[in-house]
Design a protein around this ligand. Structure first.
Ligand code: PDD
Length: 278
């Protein structure tokens, strides 16, 4: 389990950064999580494109080219070629001589990547569906940047955990936008709906893939705002993320959702997703 750090592959105990790193001091960095099935990253190009968008969003140059990233992935995944793993990539604005909010004149980014085992979804959990709770969205207004400044997400996810829920669905101005670490879908009268991309949510790679698969299967899709009331009255609710895939939600704020069981459209789209990743 080597870690890639600034051009070298090192043992975890050797993977060290300065306390002056702006990732540590300010959360001044961006990241990606890429699922890899038996050594094959899923949608790597799309994840790397989003990393570039995040870097642009914080005014950092891309430190590595796509082929350079690919080579790193191959090496990190090779240690466990048969396992499903999640690649984690992080780029910060690096260390500067003093703690100063302003960008250093010549930033030397810290670039890190590692792989960790990704356990298959528990069939019993998937078949039961997960519980979610709604929470006020206390995050900033640039949720489209996949930033390592995750304090709000950390507090929200912990609050869900303490409420016995898998995820917190975040609500701003009466609209349900996404989960603290996932995107949101609802089904109403056979229509699949998800909030449109914009600065208030992360453009999930899994979200895009779900829409692509649904479109190919001629499932009607609407990218539109979802009011909390519409969420509560939905026939089906799903959350999606690279590590969770597409998860059915069967409980919302301690009340059963829809039929209280994973719905038929989820079953269809999940089957498409499982086929696609295989
Ligand atoms: N989270 N929205 C938020 C706020 C997220 O943090 C994530 C992913 C998603 C789903 O994006 P994707 O389908 O590209 O994984 C949506 C990752 C997995 C994490 O923070 O660990």
């Amino acid at each position: 389990n080597e870690i890639y750090l600034n051009g070298a592959f090192v043992a975890p105990e050797q993977a060290m950064i300065s306390v002056m790193d702006r990732g540590f001091l300010f959360g001044d960095g961006v990241y990606e999580v890429i699922p890899a099935y038996a050594g094959r990253p899923l949608r790597a190009a799309e994840h790397l494109q989003r990393l570039e968008n995040s870097l642009r969003g914080i005014g950092l140059q891309a430190p590595l080219s796509l082929p350079e990233w690919s080579n790193i992935f191959v090496r990190l995944l090779a240690a466990e070629p048969k396992m499903d793993q999640a690649l984690y990539l992080q780029v910060t604005r690096g260390a500067a001589p003093t703690r100063d909010h302003r960008f250093p004149a010549q930033p030397a980014p810290t670039v890190m990547a590692m792989a960790k085992p990704m356990k298959a979804r528990d069939r019993a959990v998937v078949e039961a569906g997960v519980a979610v709770v709604t929470r006020d969205d206390i995050r900033w207004l640039r949720c489209d940047i996949k930033s390592t400044s995750l304090l709000a997400a950390v507090l929200l996810r912990q609050s869900a955990q303490e409420a016995g829920a898998e995820e917190a669905i975040l609500v701003r101005d009466g609209l349900a936008l996404e989960g603290s670490t996932s995107n949101l879908f609802i089904v109403r009268d056979g229509q699949l709906m998800t909030p449109p991309k914009g600065p208030l949510l992360l453009a999930g790679i899994t979200r895009d893939l779900v829409l692509e698969l649904a479109r190919a299967a001629k499932i009607p899709i609407q990218e539109r705002d979802i009011a909390v009331e519409a969420l509560r009255q939905a026939d089906e609710v799903w959350i999606s993320s690279s590590t969770r895939e597409v998860m059915p939600v069967t409980q919302l704020d301690d009340k059963p959702l829809g039929s209280g069981r994973p719905g038929p459209l989820w079953r269809r789209v999940d089957a498409l997703y499982q086929d696609f990743k295989a």
